[in-house]
Design a protein around this ligand. Structure first.
Ligand SMILES: Nc1ncnc2c1ncn2[C@@H]1O[C@H](COP(=O)(O)OP(=O)(O)OP(=O)(O)O)[C@@H](O)[C@H]1O
Length: 323
């Protein structure tokens, strides 16, 4: 289960090598049907602590298959045919994720790496209160935790995602789509994971609610320091949100660079085509990058959370550290 430390961590500004939290090496995933579909081809990625890595690419290019394989959620006929996925724990341990079995895997998921799925907001159990569903995660993973501490932790994570803790006794159908998705993000945060994989987490939501939630994710990342693999085919959104972006085409990562470089100097013809397919991206350079005040151009600071909150039927906290 032990591997050498990753060697491809790119040097950051100031020559301080960023620390890797997850390394994917030459990963291949095949759906073993007739004929087989080679959905992920020789993918190598390094996720650094606290970074948001965007995974872009058209429908069917393999984004979800890659995310599921990383978290070992893929099911037959999907098979990881080769490669490795290594988690570099905060405590120095190196975990070979493809080798985890049964209890080890259950302990790993949620506590070290959590996932918010496409349509996850519909994954909440309709006949159980939000409180019971959040507490269930803690009862399973932190059996020694007192009832009082469990309740306090649940209230804390709900507050973190901008849901009033009094909503804890609600049932999912009593919450808006945006609030349900916030509850799912709260659940993913419960055990203080080092990595969150978000697969189209806001796609089903209207634009204002979506932007409010994305700002919260940025703020939480700044506050809590987890790293994110964020998957969407919405490239403008990724440019705004991500530190680095990997562009996938037919199972392969064809370009992997900072959001700024992907936007300003795309090298691969497919990346250029992808950028050109969003007409609004042909405007002033940098208009979609998170850097500086440009990200606020479309929605003035302060407006988005209020509007999102209203649309959400819930008070959203100030974006704070959201860039
Ligand atoms: N159960 C399956 N059996 C066979 N092929 C599959 C299966 N699930 C997905 N695929 C194929 O694997 C490839 C990658 O699919 P995947 O869902 O990972 O792409 P994606 O980029 O996440 O797409 P989307 O953005 O639409 O979710 C596609 O060609 C898809 O048709």
């Amino acid at each position: 289960m032990t591997h050498n430390p990753p060697s491809n961590a790119a040097p950051a500004a100031g020559d301080v090598a960023p620390e890797a939290v997850l390394t994917v090496r030459d990963l291949n995933v095949v759906y073993q049907g007739a004929p087989p579909v080679h959905a992920v081809k020789d993918v190598s990625l390094t996720l650094h602590r606290g970074e948001i890595l965007g995974l872009a690419g058209e429908s069917g290019c393999g984004k979800s298959t890659l995310a599921y394989a990383i978290n070992r959620l893929h099911e037959w006929p999907a098979e990881v045919t080769s490669g490795s996925v290594t988690f570099h724990d905060r405590d120095g341990q190196e975990l070979d994720l493809l080798a985890l079995r049964g209890g080890q895997l259950r302990r790993f998921r949620w506590s070290k790496l959590s996932m918010v799925f496409q349509g996850a907001m519909n994954a909440l159990n309709p006949v159980t209160s939000v409180r019971a569903q959040l507490e269930d995660v803690l009862t399973t993973h932190r059996p020694g935790m007192s009832r009082q501490d469990r309740r306090a932790r649940c209230a804390e994570v709900l507050e973190l995602v901008g849901v009033e803790p009094r909503r804890m006794d609600s049932y999912p159908h009593q919450l808006s789509g945006g609030m349900r998705q916030r509850v799912m993000i709260a659940m993913a945060l419960l055990l203080d994971p080092q990595v969150m994989i978000m697969d189209e987490p806001t796609t089903a939501l209207d634009v204002l609610v979506q932007r409010g939630i994305l700002r919260e994710i940025l703020r939480l990342r700044d506050e809590l320091g987890f790293a994110v693999i964020f998957i969407t085919h919405d490239l403008p959104l990724l440019l705004e949100l991500s530190d680095r972006i990997a562009v996938m085409l037919r199972g392969q990562v064809v370009e992997y660079d900072t959001a700024e470089t992907i936007y300003g100097q795309p090298r691969h013809p497919y990346t250029r085509r992808l950028l050109d397919s969003f007409p609004s991206l042909t405007g002033e350079r940098g208009a979609f990058l998170r850097d500086g005040a440009t990200a606020d151009r479309e929605i003035p600071p302060g407006a988005a959370p209020t509007e999102a909150g209203a649309a959400d039927g819930n008070q959203v906290r100030s974006p704070g550290g959201a860039r």
